[in-house]
Design a protein around this ligand. Structure first.
Ligand code: WQD
Length: 325
């Protein structure tokens, strides 16, 4: 198929592009490189530099060419979204409305949308399944849930078929080492730990060690980006084959605490990785883990690279190489 990947120069987007290329699809990347990297682009994929807020550029890039669109273009820092919701309203919501409207205008009927576990908010039970109530605790999660709602309406009114993939915590790097761009100013745990390991930052701040978890630090469900990428291909195949939409969790079903991640990173990297206990981060739940039973059943999907060793080793390979270590 001919696939347009909006946000395909990003950390997750580049892994999704790689997977579609590996499966023999033709891919075009549309990205404004605000957080995506030119070094994440592949020669086999065409590239259109553009902003999702530029409707005319978006529609001209899409004109009459694509069987499907993968939408991964969004700001994703939950903490920042609470301080600057305007930025998230414009980019995540208005930008997504542009993308969906342009898809209707140019006849693209299949959309895979990068949603988030942040739509669930404080867990009422664990592991979280797709039936769990959606009460986002941060504005980032709200934007993702809103876009899911737009997609449901466009499915009814315009025959759009969509898959909304609720990622848990994306982490790691390509197991074959083909993607090496470092995220700019990361806020997520593993890149922060890697920056401390290679001296790009002095220490890791541990946001609270008084949670109701085994070691008191936050527990999350980390999902390897290669596993996420396979989930995108499988989800697109599903909606095309079954001509119906899908909202599904993509998680490893395994919980890793902050301290477990830091200690394992010290073992694998051999670096001290200084860590300091800081206050809790507002809006952080103690524990978030997924059940991906629906993805297993409907997509025959299983996380294969999401063990702690692979998550850290594939990340360290990239950070150490970038730093000449
Ligand atoms: C993980 C754990 C922190 C940084 C994010 C965002 C969003 C979404 C899901 C895709 C928590 C702790 C972190 C640090 C720390 N992505 N931490 N020190 O908040 O679970 O969710 O991923 O949709 O990006 O919502 O991810 O990596 O920020 O935090 O102690 O410097 O690590 O408290 O327990 P989070 P995270």
């Amino acid at each position: 198929m001919n696939i347009l990947v909006v946000g395909g120069a990003g950390y997750i987007g580049s892994h999704v592009v790689r997977e579609f290329l590996d499966r023999g699809h033709r891919v075009t990347v549309y990205d404004n490189l605000s957080s995506g990297l030119e070094q994440n682009l592949f020669p086999e994929a065409q590239f259109v530099k553009g902003d999702i807020l530029d409707y005319d550029n978006l529609t001209s890039a899409m004109k009459g060419r694509f069987d499907a669109l993968i939408h991964l273009a969004a700001f994703k820092a939950a903490g920042e979204s609470m301080l600057n919701p305007q930025k998230y309203s414009v980019n995540n919501i208005s930008g997504s409305i542009n993308i969906i409207n342009a898809a209707v205008e140019t006849g693209i009927r299949n959309i895979v949308f990068s949603s988030s576990a942040a739509v669930f908010g404080e867990p009422e039970y664990l592991p979280i399944d797709e039936k769990h109530p959606t009460n986002p605790e941060n504005y980032y999660g709200f934007t993702k849930l809103e876009i899911e709602s737009f997609l449901k309406w466009y499915e009814k009114l315009k025959g759009i078929r969509f898959a909304a993939l609720r990622y848990f915590n994306a982490a790691g790097y390509d197991v074959k080492g083909r993607i090496t761009g470092l995220e700019k100013n990361p806020a997520n745990l593993l890149p922060v730990v890697m920056e401390a390991a290679c001296g790009m930052r002095a220490e890791v701040q541990v946001f609270g060690n008084d949670y109701d978890t085994a070691d008191g630090t936050g527990v999350r469900d980390y999902i390897h980006v290669n596993d996420l990428a396979v989930g995108h291909v499988s989800a697109l195949e599903y909606i095309v084959k079954n001509e119906q939409s899908l909202i599904v969790n993509l998680g490893s079903e395994n919980g890793i605490s902050v301290m477990e991640m830091i200690e394992e990173a010290r073992r694998i990297t051999g670096k001290p990785i200084p860590a300091k206990i800081a206050g809790r981060r507002p809006g952080d739940p103690a524990k978030l883990t997924a059940t991906s039973q629906m993805a297993h059943d409907l997509l025959d999907w299983t996380a294969r690279h999401s063990d702690i060793e692979t998550l850290i080793r594939t990340s360290w390979n990239v950070y150490a190489k970038n730093m000449g270590l």
